[in-house]
Design a protein around this ligand. Sequence first.
Ligand SMILES: [Zn+2]
Length: 100
Amino acid sequence: MAKPAWKASNIRKGLDGVTGIIYGRSASESIKADICVRCGKPAVEFTDEISRVEFGISGLCQKCQDFVFAPPPEEEDDGSLSAPDIGVYDDFDDRFDMEG
Ligand SMILES: [Zn+2]
């Protein structure tokens, strides 16, 4: 069982609130259960100690850390940036009626 890294309780509550809205589960509970807050899969394999410590902070498994903390996207020729697809807004239009 991983132990959530110490955080000022208000920060921890804020993070749990945000992850609850985005991923449907709190970071604290995910860390205690050794599951990834983002993908919900077991978070037990890490490439190094830093990644293991990061799990205790963010609740992200190795795969999701690699994805979320990937280097910033390259700037396109036209100067625009291609935002990474983090899956959060996939159903945005379904959830919020943007027409009215
Ligand atoms: Zn994950």
